[in-house]
Design a protein around this ligand. Structure first.
Ligand code: MD3
Ligand code: FE
Length: 215
């Protein structure tokens, strides 16, 4: 497949994207309403906010967390922490509906017994992007990561192990689930600027729930 071609699979069967990287099209569709209810409860206790990066810029994506650990960033760096720095309180507990979906999706891709302790909730508005990066703040790279896309569609950039490697562009829609681990765990990835639109449930928003075993 050429680099500019957009990979837009049909709902249903698991798509093996690369060794260790899998797309489950529409896997969360039946459960989306429960996931959104759980996400709204997290936002009520820990509102989405744009973290400051160590470089002094504010991220475009608005983030919150649930679970024992949450991903945070400030002028001192990126890390996981048990407390919401804005409130001083622990992050909201991970709803069993969220944890359950992540565990089942991981198992469907060959990763047995995935028990995430952190769920990062990423909120995108039209124009919001996430620049190319690796997920390296977790302790055990042997554990997979599971991500659920909700709301407006996005183009996901799926790169290689070096920043300069070519990126596959992958269309992610409401209800799609990605699982990656093993040899894909440290691949560079990002999200292209979100196109304008109106999702029937979420309006002009995309939510991404990313499940990790961070500690
Ligand atoms: C990594 N979030 O929070 S997750 C992040 O849509 C993050 O909000 C994105 O990257 C988001 O750190 C994308 C999905 C993902 C999919 C495939 C990958 C991340 C990946 C393959 C290799 C490495
Ligand atoms: Fe990431």
């Amino acid at each position: 497949m050429s680099q500019s071609e957009l990979f837009a699979p049909e709902a249903g069967a698991r798509q093996d994207l690369a060794p260790g990287a899998f797309l489950l099209p529409g896997y969360a569709l039946d459960e989306a309403e429960g996931l959104l209810t759980a996400a709204e409860a997290v936002y009520a206790a820990a509102p989405p906010r744009r973290w400051l990066t160590p470089g002094g810029r504010r991220m475009a994506v608005a983030m919150s967390n649930c679970g024992e650990l949450g991903w945070i960033s400030d002028e001192h760096g990126y890390r996981y922490g048990a407390l919401d720095p804005d409130s001083g309180h622990p992050w909201p507990a991970m709803d069993p509906r969220l944890r359950g979906l992540a565990g089942r999706a991981a198992a469907a891709c060959g990763f047995a017994d995935f028990r995430p302790d952190a769920c990062l909730l990423n909120r995108y508005e039209p124009g919001t992007r996430l620049s190319l990066h690796q997920d390296k703040d977790e302790l055990d790279y042997g554990q997979p990561i599971v991500s659920v896309s909700l709301g407006l569609p996005a183009i996901f950039l799926f790169g290689g192990l070096r920043r300069a490697d070519a990126c596959l562009r992958l269309a992610l829609r409401h209800g799609d689930v990605l699982v990656w681990g093993g040899p894909a765990r440290l691949r560079y990835h990002g999200v292209a600027p979100l196109a304008a639109g109106a999702h029937e449930r979420l309006g002009a928003l995309r939510l991404n729930l990313t499940f990790r075993k961070a500690g």
